[in-house]
Design a protein around this ligand. Structure first.
Ligand code: GLU
Length: 298
């Protein structure tokens, strides 16, 4: 596959700077780096600071230093989503002009009320399926958000390189989803689709917690006429409570004084054998193992 920028493989690691790298985010970084190297491709780092209120000052720089300490250096200067609003604006305008984006005046409370009237209670923290209130009638109240109108056929099938054939009925699982949030921030779904295409990303390698988002991203790619990258979702590092490891359940920053130990722990979870010696030698050995694991020939 040759991307618009002429490279046959462009991969990326896209951390949100909400804290330092921890054992879970290192897994995604290492896996995406190994896949890029095993393909003889390029590896980019994109700082996903589109959610400014959740971004922690200085975290992005620390992440970049931590990656360097692990021997994972991007092939290009990292891009920052906070500097790319005009690209997201242009994509939203295209979706508004073409029809699939529409203004929505509903608050979370409004959405809960619609479901409550149908006898369905929302779990706390649960993202509710959008009931389509503003879909066909222009809201008379102020616009809070812009949503993506799902196409009539919204069951998406896709093939993941690790977890295999996937299928999601996006209408039943999510409904018309948000592109520009009520707090005027760009939604992750739109930013990631626009950026992956604009950067010529051909292969997405990231944690399995994001696999549920892939169908929404595929629908957006189709609506915007953008190519669909190939996807590989890695296993997750679990925290002590059995959920995905995160700052909330005790993930600690990695110890960059022992990079090989950090990398060995991540490599083990990726099904690769522990290495001794230098970080450089270990990474080389893992590139070969990764190629064998995923049947890659150069
Ligand atoms: N920024 C997202 C995260 O840190 C990753 C997005 C992606 O890889 O598509 O969870």
């Amino acid at each position: 596959m040759t991307s618009v920028t002429g490279h046959h493989y462009i991969g990326r690691f896209a951390p949100s700077p909400t804290g330092d790298l921890h054992q879970g985010s290192v897994l995604a970084a290492l896996a995406s780096w190994l896949d890029a190297r095993a393909h003889g491709g390029r590896w980019l780092v994109r700082i996903e600071d589109v959610d400014q209120p959740r971004s922690i000052p200085g975290a992005a720089q620390r992440i970049l230093h931590q990656l360097a300490a692990l021997g994972l250096e991007p092939d290009e200067t990292p891009v920052w989503q906070s500097a790319r609003s005009p690209l997201y604006r242009a994509a939203l305008d295209r979706l508004i002009d073409a029809g699939p984006a529409y203004p929505c005046a509903c608050s979370r409370r409004d959405i809960e009320r619609v479901w409550a009237a149908r006898g369905i209670a929302a779990q706390r923290h649960e993202e509710l399926v959008y009931p389509g209130t503003c879909r066909d009638t222009r809201p008379t109240r102020a616009t809070r958000a812009w949503r993506f109108r799902l196409p009539a056929a919204a069951t998406v099938e896709w093939m993941d390189r690790r977890i295999g054939a996937q299928r999601q009925d996006v209408a039943a699982m999510v409904g018309d989803f948000v592109l520009l949030r009520a707090d005027a921030l760009w939604a992750y779904q739109l930013a990631v689709v626009v950026d992956d295409a604009e950067q010529g990303v051909t292969h997405v390698v990231r944690g399995e917690d994001l696999a549920d988002n892939t169908p929404r991203q595929i629908l957006l790619q189709s609506a915007l006429g953008l190519p669909r990258p190939s996807y590989l979702h890695t296993a997750l590092v679990l925290g002590p409570d059995g959920n995905k490891l995160s700052k909330q359940n005790g993930a600690r920053s990695i110890d960059t004084d022992s990079p090989l130990a950090v990398l060995n722990a991540a490599a083990g979870l990726l099904g690769l054998a522990a290495q001794q010696g230098s970080v450089g030698q270990a990474l080389l050995a893992w590139v070969r193992q990764w190629s064998a694991l995923y049947n890659l020939t150069r």
